[in-house]
Design a protein around this ligand. Structure first.
Ligand SMILES: Nc1ncnc2c1ncn2[C@@H]1O[C@H](COP(=O)(O)OP(=O)(O)OP(=O)(O)O)[C@@H](O)[C@H]1O
Ligand SMILES: [Mg+2]
Length: 884
């Protein structure tokens, strides 16, 4: 996207009065018209900083970026004119096929990522034609008026018009973890952190609400600039980085070796071009071409498998994060409980005393202390919170309708105060303040609480009930307004008891997660006794409870220690949930958070992998990386499983490549020096490599042994290096034995030798997958997938057929006689048996401890940036007045 001139810099906008900003942007407080907005979108382009368009040309360019490959192409071209025409054509054709194979694989993965992205949309509320509507964030234009609330990601750079208690977490831009207070008043400041009258794209609303006018979109925003600076491709995951370093290591070894081979061949006075072709072919054979794409191919296959299991991932890398997860913090309602909340009964603390309230009167007070429309039945009211909806739709409540009362003032529920307070005129000449909410939080505004009342509440909690306290205070009939200071001196009148039974089906899923090595913790806004009861009902042991009111007093170190130990966090506010998650992520733990409420959005952003559900509120779904179509821990366990499966399969690819393939190329190099002919022709080496690569395409679909899924998957380079040094040399020893057998026992000629070794090396390097894919006894104790079995045996069959095929002549093979062939089969079987024995010993040694994960700033920026992504070419203009 062309860097267009900014209409207004953030700094200028921050310092101007809002009217001046409107004038400069040619907009007004009620936003743009739909027509004007689409005009601006066409002119300025979408609000995006990424493109998830799969570009075939760039994928192709990536295949050709390998310098050895290019050198080989050139050498083959030269040899076409000066050397062996047939040979160079064979080389050229096989090289093209290899490139095609790599391209096919890579492009398919990119297409899968594109599909994934185009199914996900992130939305924001803007004013169009004067009305609030939800649009895709990429369609936001300069001059739009945007509304934001708790947990929302700011969708563009904004100059505030109004703000209520607004705070933003700007750590993604400034690194500052404390939220910054926002206010529409103009400020002259050069420093971003001080430009309090502006909100920045990519930051997260930590508290309050606000409305602002868009001053910059896409790459013209502060965040866009940073994100583009960090590169537009997804940053590598730890695993990919590990793979890349490892490939680079192999490449260095290959280059060193090929140079030696080349020099040695020249010293042996072999023809220059032939030696060069041979050395380059060896280098190609040693470097794992499919490696860069193998992770994305695996992830792409995984994402569609997960979609079938009703798990949607928004970014491919999120699957890997799922597999990494070793701590899951979850909310309670709907995950560990059924999520159907029923009103059970009311308890009056004054019943029976003179002038005391009846249970029905407690229910009535509870109904009054809400945002509901008093005249209507509960079933006809949209937007009631679950608890209010349960109360209003209960039979007891229906009898009391309609409520003849007028609400004069309201302090709505929020997750920090955890209560709703109203000022009501109930009968003429009477005024009453009613507070309704979490008992602990209602108690703080009450006087004259008795120990009996507290005990009654705790008793209900310990049954696992949801309890809401109701308190009142009469005020003079003249009182017309309600202020927060009025929430004091109330009298506790009674409690409302609700029931939400534990979800017994969660037991099985919890056991599954435990088997996967995932520790489950609960973070709830509810009381700790309730959480403990649910835990006990589901057969979990509480290892410690941490209460919201104690958390703020703890410093980070103390809280980290407490959070590690406890598995119940009760009465926690949204910020506290997020803080706990952030602290738990230290020490390399990968923390997942599952939640579906507005109060969960901050924690979803803070987690390594935010998980939400299809039915969640928009901000929660928007904040999540993974969306479950059913709120069910079982599908989540499936997701974790899938993430680890992909890792395990990628590992097989690496182990296969480091054992047989590398060893074979090493032997070929040595062979060329000690033999008086080439052990394989360059074209044959490339063909061998192509067949080998093709056999690996089936690995992502392979079965994985359960024990490989028991713990989070981590890249461990030492392990691979050790594996390579154990199995690589073994392969070479066998190759040399095969050489000796063919030369001294069978007195093979050049092309016979080449055909023989071609078959043997292909068989050993591909069949070894059956040994390295499992720690168990292959086939008997661990069955490979049908696809892999077919692919590997198919490739071996093709390899054995080639010397007898019409192509044999072109490829420089001549058929080997039967006894010779049998000896090769024998050698192969013996080799595999020894690998199997060595494997047992290898795996008996303890595998080194996992390395701590590392997710740097680039990863966080990319994750945030992925929501501002378009699939080019840009072809849509939103249907505009999609009124909410
Ligand atoms: N509409 C309401 N009016 C008054 N109090 C409420 C209302 N809704 C919730 N509460 C109180 O606030 C507490 C916290 O609610 P909140 O929705 O934050 O819990 P949560 O963290 O989402 O819980 P869970 O983990 O069960 O999903 C509730 O336990 C209840 O006591
Ligand atoms: Mg909730």
């Amino acid at each position: 996207m062309a860097q267009q001139e900014k209409l207004l810099t953030v700094q200028a906008a921050a310092g101007q009065r809002i009217e001046e900003v409107f004038r400069a942007l040619e907009t007004e407080a009620k936003g743009l018209t739909a027509a004007e907005a689409s005009g601006r979108l066409a002119q300025w382009g979408p609000n995006s900083i990424r493109s998830h368009h799969a570009n075939a040309w760039s994928v192709l360019a990536r295949q050709l970026k390998n310098p050895i490959l290019l050198l080989l192409f050139v050498t083959a071209g030269v040899s076409l004119f000066f050397g062996d025409v047939g040979n160079s054509i064979v080389i050229g054709v096989i090289l093209l096929l290899s490139v095609g194979l790599g391209f096919y694989n890579d492009y398919r993965a990119e297409r899968a990522a594109e599909d994934l992205h185009s199914r996900v949309s992130h939305r924001a509320t803007v004013l169009r034609d004067g009305a609030a509507c939800d649009i895709d964030v990429v369609n936001i234009v300069v001059g739009d008026v945007v509304r934001v609330g708790l947990g929302a990601v700011v969708p563009a750079d904004l100059r505030l018009i109004t703000a209520t208690n607004l705070q933003c977490d700007e750590s993604i831009l400034t690194g500052e973890s404390l939220p910054s207070e926002k206010d529409p008043a103009a400020v002259a400041a050069t420093d971003l952190a001080e430009q309090t009258s502006c909100l920045f794209m990519g930051t997260v609303v930590q508290a309050g609400t606000g409305e602002g006018v868009v001053i910059a979109t896409g790459t013209r925003t502060v965040f866009g600039d940073i994100a583009v600076g960090l590169g537009t491709r997804q940053p590598e995951t730890d695993f990919q980085r590990g793979l890349r370093r490892f490939s680079f290591f192999l490449l260095q070894v290959a280059l060193g070796l090929t140079t030696l081979v080349f020099v040695a061949n020249l010293l042996l006075q072999r023809p220059l071009l032939d030696s060069l072709l041979f050395s380059l072919a060896i280098a190609i054979g040693m470097t794992p071409q499919l490696l860069p794409a193998v992770v994305s191919t695996g992830l792409a296959a995984g994402s569609s498998r997960l979609a079938r299991k009703r798990v949607l991932v928004k970014r491919l890398a999120a699957i890997e994060d799922l597999g990494d997860m070793n701590v899951l913090v979850t909310d309670k309602t709907g995950t560990l409980t059924e999520g159907h909340i029923d009103f059970v009964r009311a308890v009056s603390f004054s019943v029976g005393t003179p002038g005391g309230l009846s249970e029905a009167e407690i229910i009535r007070l509870g109904m009054l202390a809400s945002e509901a429309d008093y005249a209507h039945s509960g079933n006809q009211q949209a937007g009631l919170s679950v608890l209010d909806a349960a109360l209003w739709s209960s039979l007891d409540a229906q009898k009391l309708l309609p409520l003849a009362a007028t609400r004069l003032g309201l302090i709505p529920f929020d997750h920090d105060r955890r209560r709703t307070t109203v000022l009501v005129r109930d009968s003429p000449g009477d005024g009453v303040i009613i507070s309704k909410g979490a008992p602990e939080d209602v108690f703080t505004v009450c006087t004259d609480l008795t120990p009996g009342q507290r005990a009654a509440v705790d008793e209900q909690f310990s049954f696992g009930a949801r309890v809401i306290a109701v308190a009142t205070r009469h005020v003079s009939p003249q009182t017309q307004m309600l202020y927060p200071v009025d929430e004091a001196g109330l009298t506790l009148q009674g409690i409302l008891v609700f029931h939400d039974p534990p979800k017994l089906s969660a037991k099985k899923s919890l056991a599954r997660l435990a088997a996967l090595g995932v520790t489950v913790k609960i973070a709830t806004g509810d009381n700790h006794l309730v959480a403990e009861k649910v835990f006990a009902d589901l057969g979990l042991t509480a290892t410690g409870t941490l209460l919201g009111r104690d958390i703020d007093a703890l410093d980070d170190d103390a809280l980290t220690a407490a959070a590690e130990e406890s598995n119940i966090f009760a009465r926690v506010s949204p910020e506290q949930k997020a803080r706990i998650i952030r602290l738990l992520r230290k020490d390399g733990r990968a923390v997942g958070f599952l939640g579906d409420g507005v109060n969960d959005a901050l924690a979803l952003h803070a987690a390594d992998v935010g998980i939400s559900v299809h039915t969640a509120v928009d901000v929660a779904k928007d904040a999540a990386d993974v969306v479950l179509l059913d709120k069910d821990l079982d599908v989540l366990a499936t997701g974790v499983n899938e993430g680890r499966r992909i890792f395990a399969n990628t590992m097989k690819y690496v182990l296969m490549g480091t054992s047989g393939d590398f060893g074979n190329m090493f032997s070929a190099a040595i062979g060329s020096v000690v033999l008086n002919f080439l052990p394989m022709l360059p074209g044959q080496i490339l063909l061998n490599d192509l067949l080998y690569d093709s056999s690996q395409l089936a690995i992502p679909g392979d079965n994985v042994d359960p024990e490989q899924l028991h713990r989070p998957s981590h890249w461990n380079i030492q392990f691979i290096r050790r594996f390579m040094f154990a199995f690589g040399p073994l392969s070479s020893i066998f190759d040399f034995a095969t050489f000796a057998l063919m030369l001294f026992v069978f007195h093979a000629g050049e092309s016979e030798f080449q055909a023989g070794w071609f078959m043997e090396s292909l068989a050993t390097e591909t069949l070894i997958i059956f040994a390295v894919r499992t720690r168990r006894v292959p086939f008997f104790k661990s069955r490979p997938s049908a696809g892999l079995t077919a692919a590997v045996f198919g490739i071996v069959a093709i390899g054995c057929y080639l010397p007898y095929s019409p192509l044999a002549g072109v490829l420089g093979f001549s058929p080997v006689p039967a006894p010779f062939f049998l000896a090769l089969v024998g050698m192969t079987v013996l080799y595999l048996l020894i690998v199997e024995t060595l494997k047992k010993r290898f795996f008996r040694r303890k595998i080194p401890v996992v390395q701590p994960r590392h997710r740097g700033r680039a990863t966080r920026v990319a994750r945030r940036a992925s929501r501002f992504s378009v699939g080019a070419p840009v072809k849509w203009l939103e249907p505009t007045n999609a009124q909410k």
